[in-house]
Design a protein around this ligand. Structure first.
Ligand SMILES: Cc1cc2nc3c(=O)[nH]c(=O)nc-3n(C[C@H](O)[C@H](O)[C@H](O)COP(=O)(O)OP(=O)(O)OC[C@H]3O[C@@H](n4cnc5c(N)ncnc54)[C@H](O)[C@@H]3O)c2cc1C
Length: 437
């Protein structure tokens, strides 16, 4: 924040809501605002969303959360389904598969299933045969497993772009290649001039330490850098849902807080110190084109090294070959993604009157970000009910079949509302009228 000079904005630069950041959290805030009939601008320094929101697994892992994360995740679920239908991107109600390769992993799943029954969206325990029916894993390594039914999967490479095009058609203005240098009540200062707005949302992920350093320091925000890879894999059958392992169970709160989790964590770390040193979350998601996302390692620092150790990628490949009934595997891509990390799972702070900073400060922003933004903007800004429902249902998934493609699901309405981005006009379609601002 700065105590800036007097506002010198033109009518074109006055909005009800200005949002900094076009990742999933910023997009969630834009959706909350535009559905309430508010005039919205989203400002991002890049030419399209290229942050954590496109670099992840696309795994909306709601059932493994608890507390506020679970509530934000449940709220996000309906919004994701609604957006998949209206913006025309691939999403599937896959649930999540968990494979247990040892008795202590199976015992932890049993404990979780007992702790929260089916009635509350619980866990269905699976026999080894059921696991191998749902995932091309080697039968000899499977001791059991579970299916968490409410979870979703999206393709992170296409979802944010489709949402941007959809929101542009709803009237949201996007100003890309425009960096925000300061925010204060009523004003956003950018490298292309000032923007006046009643309400301001800062949704810049880990870069909150650049824009609001004192807020980030107070919350203890650092960066968490993750290595990921995409491979083509010669698998005998598709992976029916994102797949978690014991390494995931000791991370996600719903499982990690249970009594048997401590012993499991100790066993994994004692047996596989090299994987523990990577802070591995061994998990997999298959994209609609059949390629497999492998990951991920975690390295936390204020500014993590950009260098990606090859040993981590070797471990991803070795572990995948151990788990899957796979013929050949060919590496297609490697990348680093970064998210904000802090002691609490979320940063939610009204840093000045009507200036709200929002971030998921652990690696669950795809799961929770839309709901976080929906709930917290309405609460902090006192926004009333929206003009359109955000709580979609299963039947609104529309474009959610495994081979649906955004390019076939949209049709040509031209809008000039995306400025400075890779696309200066957008092809959009399928806009539900009740969603119009
Ligand atoms: C490898 C990896 C795997 C993950 N897997 C999952 C998963 O499977 N499920 C899950 O739920 N979560 C997952 N996550 C976490 C999730 O991706 C993030 O929590 C979420 O995408 C964060 O969204 P965001 O909008 O806050 O940030 P981002 O998507 O990073 O967007 C922030 C935006 O702010 C912009 N910005 C920053 N500073 C400025 C400025 N000064 N001016 C203008 N623009 C600015 C940036 O350019 C960027 O576009 C994963 C993350 C990573 C990295």
């Amino acid at each position: 924040m700065t105590d800036g000079k007097a506002m010198t904005t033109s009518a074109n630069d006055r909005f009800d809501v200005a949002i900094v950041g076009s990742g999933i959290v910023g997009l969630g805030a834009a959706y909350a605002a535009v559905r309430r009939g508010l005039r919205v601008v989203v400002v991002d320094r890049t030419d399209r969303p290229v942050g954590a929101t496109i670099r992840n697994f696309g795994h909306l892992c709601i059932g493994a959360q608890d507390g506020p994360a679970r509530a934000y995740g449940e709220a996000s679920r309906g919004i994701w389904l609604r957006l998949a239908a209206d913006a025309g991107f691939w999403a599937r109600e896959s649930g999540t598969l968990v494979v247990a390769r040892a008795d202590d992993e199976r015992a932890l799943l049993e404990e979780a299933a007992q702790a929260e029954g089916e009635a509350s969206g619980g866990i269905r325990l699976l026999s080894p045969a059921e696991v191998t029916g749902l995932a091309p894993v080697r039968p000899e390594v499977v001791r059991g497993g579970a299916h968490v039914p409410g979870d979703l999967q999206v393709n992170p490479r296409e979802a944010a772009g489709a949402i941007v095009r959809h929101f542009a058609a709803l009237g949201v203005e996007f100003r890309f290649r425009t960096a925000v240098t300061a925010v204060r009540t009523g004003l956003v200062q950018t490298t292309r001039g000032d923007i006046a707005a009643e309400d301001v949302v800062v949704a810049v992920n880990h870069d909150v330490d650049q824009l609001l350093p004192e807020v980030a320091e107070r919350a203890g925000v650092v960066r968490c850098a993750l290595d990921m890879m995409r491979v083509s894999a010669d698998l005998p059958s598709p992976l029916q849902a994102p797949l978690l392992t014991g390494w995931s169970l000791v991370r996600y709160r719903r499982f990690a807080g249970l009594g048997t989790a401590t012993a499991l964590r100790e066993r994994l770390h004692a047996e596989r110190p090299e994987l523990a040193a990577l802070d591995l979350n061994q998990m997999y998601a298959q994209l609609p084109d059949g390629t497999l996302l492998l990951g991920d390692s975690h390295h936390k620092a204020v500014q993590p090294d950009p260098f990606q150790p090859e040993a981590g990628f070797d471990a991803f490949l070795t572990e995948a070959r151990e788990l899957f009934d796979v013929g050949g595997m060919r590496v297609l891509e490697r990348w680093q993604g970064v998210y904000a990390a802090a002691g609490e799972e979320f940063l939610i702070e009204e840093v000045a009157p009507r200036v709200l900073a929002l971030a998921a400060t652990t690696g669950i922003g795809m799961t929770t970000g839309l709901g976080l933004a929906e709930i917290e903007t309405a609460r902090v800004f006192g926004w009333g009910a929206s003009t359109g429902s955000a709580t979609g249902s299963a039947e609104v998934i529309g474009a959610g079949s495994a081979d649906a493609d955004a390019s076939t699901a949209v049709s040509g309405v031209q809008t000039p509302a995306i400025v400075g981005g890779a696309a200066t006009t957008a092809d959009v379609g399928g806009i539900a009228q009740e969603e119009n601002a």
